[in-house]
Design a protein. Structure first.
Length: 116
């Protein structure tokens, strides 16, 4: 079973920065796409950013220019650098990984709270 372990959430003031990390643990697991989704209270889970193994990236319009996703394939780790944070970025952030045959895996979630 693949385990995704997230870290880096927390409380920050508006305009501040946070960096999330997520590592996929499983021998010989080589994820194709890795990324981040978020879910705010009372809202559906939404895509934040994803990155392919070849480092092609996709961002939600709401975070373009503020968030940067990157990955270290050797470590099966994906990062999300979040700058100029806004209160509306407050949510539980979930790491996601998908392998080459379409199996999906999720992390347990990490809380990001942005105070105004």
């Amino acid at each position: 079973q693949v385990q995704l372990v997230e870290s880096g959430g927390g409380l920050v003031q508006a305009g501040g920065s946070l960096r999330l990390s997520c590592t996929a643990y499983r021998s010989l697991f080589s994820p194709n796409t890795m990324g981040w989704y978020r879910q705010a209270p009372g809202k559906q889970r939404e895509l934040v950013a994803i990155i392919t193994r070849g480092r092609t990236t996709t961002y939600a319009d709401s975070v373009k220019g503020r968030f940067t996703i990157s990955r270290d394939n050797a470590k099966n780790t994906v990062y999300l650098e979040m700058n100029s944070l806004k209160p509306e970025d407050t949510a539980v952030y979930y790491c996601h990984a998908e392998n080459a045959i379409g199996n999906n895996y999720w992390g347990q979630g990490t809380q990001v709270t942005v105070s105004s």
